[in-house]
Ligand binder design. Structure first.
Ligand SMILES: Cc1cc2nc3c(=O)[nH]c(=O)nc-3n(C[C@H](O)[C@H](O)[C@H](O)COP(=O)(O)OP(=O)(O)OC[C@H]3O[C@@H](n4cnc5c(N)ncnc54)[C@H](O)[C@@H]3O)c2cc1C
Length: 405
């Protein structure tokens, strides 16, 4: 009996096939329309809720798989269907992860169901970190949260930008500074409930790709929320701040880094899904398209490109599965494997979708075929959830132990 195997178990095979079916029959046929419309695809999210794909139960089960593999399995299939629609469905999990990472059990129990709503009354969540002057450099965040002791309320002011589901979400999880002198050690996360006065959507952005996913500014203007909506609670925050002011251990920074290592493989899996879609499409096309009296795949220039594309997709998936397993119940991270998977898969998606366009020639450049959309969709995977440069920084620091700038 071999100890090592990356074969899927029966549950995982069933899960993969069920999500693939949704991706193939619901997402693929709708992808072009929602890319063109550049609007939130409510009917698709509703369909996902109806079949149970968009629900707390489904997401909780997916994350509960002790092997860690269910998360990338689902997200690869969904992005294979369409990455923009996929983010419209799974963007809520960004907010969910924010609550899960810092919330008390009571807060998790109260707010996670509200992030999804119900099939007949869908809710969305958003995770608001990035600001106009604080992107990769999260420490320079300006959004302030000030505690009003008299009313036991937090008062939030600031502007968040490029927020997935920003302004249309029911639950906004907002990261703000409670002590600017402490940089990122002075940050805390807050839940802003539906309909809270002072929270509004600013500009909605028109994007290059993943256009079915809503991206907008979130403006916080004297937003008052009850004290109990500070994630983790005030006692824990006060303890942490006191430790940091005494030049403390930076444990929270370590915890945040570990959380990113665990969430990045899920983002990477979506990039694998897009790359696989483009590879499969280009392979089929190369067998059909004839020039000079033969199928274009009979030319090494095309066949070797396809060989490289397949190799990159498979390598990216292995990095994703390795990182997912390490984060779930495996031995943890030793060389920023989560960042490795995000970096490699993101860059693979950009390259493989570019190669697919090349293989299709003119047909690849026009909107009659999906490969140009996949290339536009792929690019965001080298930018959000940490740019490729930031992933390299994290990996370089992890392997060297040197604080590389
Ligand atoms: C479609 C979309 C959806 C998004 N969704 C969300 C969301 O839901 N919530 C949220 O909070 N944010 C979200 N973001 C923001 C995203 O996470 C940021 O865009 C990302 O972190 C990069 O920040 P930035 O764009 O400000 O780039 P910058 O930090 O300004 O970087 C610009 C360039 O400089 C490089 N650079 C910066 N610092 C260094 C360094 N130290 N060393 C080397 N190179 C460096 C970067 O790699 C990049 O190439 C989203 C963005 C987009 C476009």
């Amino acid at each position: 009996m071999a100890d090592f195997s990356n074969a899927l178990n029966e549950d995982q095979v069933q899960l993969q096939s069920w999500v693939h079916d949704f991706a193939e029959h619901v997402m693929r046929p709708a992808a072009h329309e929602w890319d063109e419309r550049e609007e939130t695809p409510w009917p698709i999210i509703e369909e996902a809720a109806k079949v149970g794909l968009y629900s707390l139960d489904f997401v909780a089960n997916m994350f509960a798989d002790p092997t860690g593999i269910s998360v990338p399995l689902v997200l690869e299939e969904v992005a294979w269907g369409d990455a923009g629609l996929g983010l419209a469905i799974f963007g809520t999990t960004l907010g969910v992860a924010g609550i899960f990472a810092s919330g008390t059990p009571e807060q998790i129990g109260e707010w996670l169901p509200q992030c999804f709503g119900a099939p007949d009354k869908i809710a969305l969540a958003a995770f608001c970190v990035t600001e106009p002057d604080a992107g990769s450099d999260v420490g320079s965040m300006r959004t302030r949260a000030v505690y009003d002791e008299a009313s036991d309320e937090w008062v939030l002011n600031g502007t968040k930008t490029w927020i997935t589901n920003g302004g249309i979400a029911d639950v906004h999880v907002v990261v703000a500074s409670v002590d600017p002198e402490l940089n990122s050690r002075g940050h805390a996360s807050f839940i802003v409930p539906p309909g809270t006065k002072g929270l509004s959507q600013g500009q909605k952005f028109k994007k290059m790709g993943i256009r079915a996913s809503h991206t907008a500014e979130v403006v916080l203007n004297d937003v008052r929320i009850p004290g109990r909506l500070l994630l983790g609670g005030k006692d824990k925050l006060d303890e942490r701040l006191a430790r940091s002011r005494q030049g403390g251990t930076g444990q929270r920074g370590q915890a945040a880094l570990a959380t990113f290592e665990r969430t990045r493989p899920g983002v990477a899996a979506q990039a694998v899904g897009i790359a696989r879609a483009a590879y499969e499409y280009a392979l089929d096309y190369a067998k059909e398209r004839r020039q000079f009296g033969r199928a274009i795949i009979e030319n090494q220039a095309i066949a070797f490109k396809l060989a490289d594309m397949r190799m990159l997709v498979d390598a990216a998936r292995l990095l994703v599965w390795n990182a997912s397993w390490r984060g779930a119940s495996g031995p943890g991270f030793v060389a920023a494997e989560g960042s490795q998977s995000k970096l490699f898969a993101g860059e693979t998606a950009v390259k493989v979708t570019d190669d697919a366009i090349q293989i299709l020639g003119g047909a690849g450049y026009v909107r009659d075929h999906p490969v140009e959309r996949w290339h536009r969709d792929a690019k965001i995977f080298t930018i959000f959830e940490g740019t490729s440069e930031i992933q390299r920084l994290v990996i370089a620091r992890a392997v060297s132990g040197v604080h590389i700038q």
